[in-house]
Design a protein around this ligand. Structure first.
Ligand code: SAM
Length: 275
């Protein structure tokens, strides 16, 4: 069995009992950085063999790992922090294990993206986790153009030295949407700033970004649509309260907002049903 084991992203209490048990029981632990994982294992008094598996040796090592799994060994995969394979090494091995028909178990645990998303309050039924945008500006702008029309909130990871230029590019391509920036999640100096992209840029112009960051940006139409719908409902409500018939209210609002009558009519129905 290959066990994918999330580790804490700051607070050492954020490791599950199951991850600890698996790490204690496996024949081998594959770690992104053996020294870093060594510290974690020492903290929890776990003494199991550790080998490195990082982006530079993942491909060449995979065959040997598959052999060991085929022989019946149990192997755990960890990264430096959080969930392996999420903007971290591990994806290549996981795919290879699945393709070889070998057993795989993914354990739940810490992940910065989900915490940043929940802290943002920009919750919607769907969301897109993007991870790191390209560091080269031209590629980053191209990528943002592709994401621009998405109606889901988008979650990014970003390094502190690139945060401001990244925010400036998102603002340039997406416009001044709502966003949220969480830093040092689960750590002593954890904080979340919420506002428009321009407000957040202003904040970080005065406060040098330090630590690790998750950036969540509101989706495209979602915002425009919500606002529009709320405005229309309010306008309809006012006219109805002033004594206009539903038909006249719909006519007036659809003219004012230059919207199709049947669309406004559907909204008016919702209003009367809800009322
Ligand atoms: N696999 C990890 C996970 O599941 O969250 C992410 C690894 S990725 C190499 C590291 C990036 O994740 C950081 O640059 C930052 O954007 C984000 N990150 C990790 N820990 C964080 C924390 N405690 N607070 C905020 N962001 C964090």
């Amino acid at each position: 069995m290959l066990y994918v084991c999330p580790t804490p992203i700051g607070n050492l209490e954020d490791i599950t009992l199951r991850v600890l048990r698996v790490l204690q029981e496996v024949d081998l632990i594959l770690a992104e950085d053996t020294r870093r994982t060594g510290q974690l294992l020492r903290h929890f008094q776990i003494a199991r063999p550790v080998e490195s598996l990082h982006e530079h040796n993942e491909r060449e090592k995979t065959e040997r790992i598959l052999d060991r799994l085929q022989q019946g060994q149990n192997i755990a995969l960890v990264s430096d922090a959080g969930t392996p394979g999420i903007s971290d090494p591990g994806g290549f091995l996981i795919r290879a294990v699945i393709e070889a028909g070998l057993p795989l178990e993914v354990l739940p645990g810490a992940n910065a993206a989900l915490l940043g998303f929940l802290q943002s309050g920009l919750l919607s039924p769907g969301f897109l986790f993007f991870g790191f945008l390209p560091s080269r500006r031209a590629e980053r702008l191209r990528e943002l153009e592709k994401l621009k029309g998405l109606t889901y909130p988008i979650i990014f990871y970003e390094a502190p030295h690139r945060l401001q230029s990244m925010l400036a590019d998102v603002l340039a391509v997406f416009g001044d949407r709502r966003a949220s920036i969480s830093r040092e999640l689960t750590k002593k100096f954890e904080e979340t700033k919420r506002g428009t992209l321009s407000e957040l840029l202003g904040f970080f112009a005065e406060h040098k970004p330090r630590g690790e960051f998750v950036v969540t940006v509101a989706g495209a139409e979602e915002e425009a649509e919500d606002k529009n719908e709320d405005d229309i409902l309010l306008a309809l409500q006012r006219l109805l309260a002033a004594g206009l018939s539903r038909k006249s209210a719909v006519n007036q609002v659809s003219e004012e907002y230059r919207l199709p009558k049947n669309y406004v009519y559907d909204l008016a129905l919702r209003l009367t049903v809800e009322d």
